[in-house]
Design a protein around this ligand. Structure first.
Ligand code: CU
Length: 449
């Protein structure tokens, strides 16, 4: 039933619309995010449009950097970019001191980054060298249904020894992903994922950045002393990684002061979202795996939540020199193995208990009365194939962070982006340090002593 109020509202809208000129209506239809016309302004054209010539690095785009990772090589055959993914078991080092038998692609965990340009025609061969059948799903890609890689639903599975062929034309640009879509719980927990980065064919000036990084977030359960990720874990993940590396195994993001920086995050963790926080700067969230966010809809942040099964692009101007922490803000996600599930010993007064237990268990120590930080630094012996629960030695002290943690290293002088420029040299008088008695007295801090 249509009420009198509905008719009044409909009338008001019709009246308002008639006030717009034809030119204004056309402009509104083409503006990003305003409804009809949005799709055209975003994608390179309809799905059945003819491909464009293969986009070339240097000419059509600046290649993305995958820290601790690599790009998947390609060649051009009759105007088509041809790639070859090989699914296989890989002995992978998550951080110095811990390795695991994972599943990945082309000798890597995670797989190499597939890079292309909007309008590129791509053909991706997938050879399965695993004992298990598999399939590859291009996440977020607008493609013909039969190329969607969902085992059983859109294709038969790729059995051991078989090679399948996927082919489509990229009609979009952005940060996308690929992952196994057969027995996902097992195969993704074993590492079978990678990033897809598609550059715009005709980039706007706003797209240009000096440094463009891509990072996949994921999580693992690797029981101390074992070398096989446990895909059956549902909540208690103990290795949290950026491009399959846990700190101190993560490579820093090295930039020059003033650089425009883009960081593309994808999250294919089993069960967790990751709020990634950057110190010393603000950034804007400029795109999701659904496409670019219109300028008018971007807002400043220092933390970006990257939900499972999503990508987020952030952009910033690196205007503040230093070694800046860049990490998941979930406190259990910046711990490594052994940091979870320990008994709570905070504030426990040991008394003579330790000495008495030592008579029964030589080498026994009561630990954790002051938290986890000291325990990591003590260099306690740990089970085979495991690492301390947090951190590494820093320039001033022990860094009590692990897991999903890296550094944005912003330098005023940098001869090359390659390699680690070492620790930041702070200008005199800009480091927090122990206050002197004279300073305490001057500012009336401390009261009676
Ligand atoms: Cu996290």
């Amino acid at each position: 039933m249509v009420s009198r109020r509905d008719i009044l509202v409909a009338g008001a809208v019709a009246g308002g619309a008639s006030l717009l000129s034809r030119a204004e209506r056309a402009a509104a239809a083409q503006a990003p995010g305003t409804g009809r016309g949005w799709e055209k302004s975003y994608s390179g054209g309809p799905l059945d449009a003819a491909p464009e010539p293969p986009g070339m690095p240097g000419k059509d785009y600046t290649p993305v950097i995958t820290p601790n990772g690599a790009a998947l090589p390609w060649k051009v055959v009759d105007g088509v970019k041809v790639y070859h993914l090989i699914a296989e078991e890989v002995l992978h080092e998550l951080a110095p001191g811990i390795k695991a038998h994972c599943w990945g692609y082309n000798g890597r965990v995670h797989g190499p980054t597939i890079e292309a340009v909007e309008g590129d025609r791509v053909r991706i061969y997938v050879t399965n060298k695993l004992d298990a059948p598999t399939s590859v799903h291009p996440h977020g890609v607008f493609l013909p249904n039969g190329m969607d890689g969902v085992g059983g639903l859109t294709q038969g599975v790729i059995k051991k020894g078989e090679t399948f062929k996927y082919e489509w034309t990229f009609r979009q640009h952005g940060t996308l992903m690929y992952h196994s879509h057969h027995d996902e719980m097992t195969q993704m927990a074993m590492g079978m994922m990678g990033l897809i980065v598609v550059h715009p064919r005709r980039p706007s000036p706003a797209y240009r950045v000096d440094r463009d990084f891509a990072i996949m977030l994921s999580e693992w359960k690797i029981t101390p002393g074992t070398m096989r990720p446990d895909p059956n874990e549902m909540t208690d993940f103990n290795m949290l990684t950026m491009n399959a590396k846990a700190f101190p195994g993560t490579a820093p993001l090295v930039v020059k002061k003033g650089d425009r920086v883009r960081v593309r995050f994808g999250n294919l963790s089993a069960m967790d979202h990751h709020p990634i926080h950057l110190h010393g700067h603000y950034f804007k969230i400029t795109a999701t795996d659904g496409g670019p966010i219109p300028l008018s809809a971007q807002w400043p942040e220092t933390t970006v939540l990257v939900p499972v099964g999503s990508t987020r692009d952030i952009e910033l101007v690196a205007d503040n020199p230093g070694d800046w922490a860049f990490h998941c803000h979930m406190t259990h996600h910046v711990m490594n193995q052994m940091g979870h599930g320990a008994p709570n010993m905070i504030g426990v007064k040991e008394g003579r208990v330790g000495k008495r237990v030592q008579r029964l268990l030589p080498g026994y120590m009561t630990m954790g009365q002051a938290g986890m930080g000291d325990m990591a630094e003590m260099g306690m012996p740990v089970p085979k194939n495991s690492i301390p629960m947090v951190g590494a030695r820093g320039p001033f002290d022990y860094i009590t962070m692990g897991g999903m943690f890296t550094l944005l290293k912003v330098r005023e002088n940098l001869s090359s982006y390659d390699g680690d420029p070492g620790w930041y040299a702070h200008p005199k008088g800009t480091i927090a340090e122990r206050a002197t008695p004279a300073e305490l007295q001057r500012d009336g801090i401390g009261g009676k002593r």
